[in-house]
Design a binder for this molecule. Structure first.
Ligand code: AMP
Length: 173
């Protein structure tokens, strides 16, 4: 399936979750078997089997993409979750949102020293979320080998915040 065809499946939902935000709804992409397998395959092919030990999925839509990507790599999957959701010992990272701050957490023992970790999420907006997830991986001894997002919102310049990493985005608005 062509990437333009997948792009056309993404639904704009104005004023969600709050006024002024145009939410990029990827559920029609996930529901389409060919579109879904195509985006997973493009991520796997870009980073390559044998190059990734663990895949981080960022709550919550990142989980959906990270799981099949990890399976194809033969890699493990690690959840990065909002504050207070992970049950064992965690470290956290606060980061700026467009309005206010948020906090993400990872289990302290989620990677072994030097493991190569790919961070996966649905949308790169301001880049704060992806960068916080990458910092968490590094703080527990992992090496971030890349960041993959289905969508990049060019006008928010999130790419600048993660310029130290190999960034793959499949669809740009
Ligand atoms: P940011 O930290 O600004 O890059 O925001 C990225 C996170 O917020 C991702 O986990 C996205 O799921 C979510 N997000 C931000 N903006 C949007 C948007 N316009 N549509 C859908 N999700 C978004």
């Amino acid at each position: 399936m062509e990437i333009e065809q997948i792009k056309s499946l993404i639904r704009d939902v104005p004023d969600f979750p709050e006024s002024g935000i145009v939410f990029k709804d990827i559920t029609p992409v996930l529901a389409d078997p060919i579109a879904f397998s195509t985006i997973v395959d493009l991520i796997v092919v870009h980073f390559g089997r044998g190059n990734v030990d663990k895949v981080v999925g960022i709550e919550a839509r990142g989980f959906i993409l990270a799981a099949p990507v990890a399976y194809h790599f033969g890699a493990g999957i690690i959840p990065v979750r909002k504050k207070g959701k992970l049950p064992s010992e965690t470290i956290g990272q606060e980061y700026a949102l467009e309005y206010g701050t948020a906090s993400l957490e990872i289990h302290k023992d989620a990677v072994r020293p030097g493991e190569r970790v790919l961070v996966v999420d649905d949308v790169l907006a301001t880049g704060g979320t992806a960068r916080a997830a990458a910092s968490l991986v590094e703080a527990i001894g992992g090496k971030v080998c890349g960041i993959a997002c289905l969508i990049e919102l060019d006008f928010l310049h999130g790419r600048d915040k993660v310029r130290d990493y190999d960034l793959l985005t499949l669809i740009r608005f």
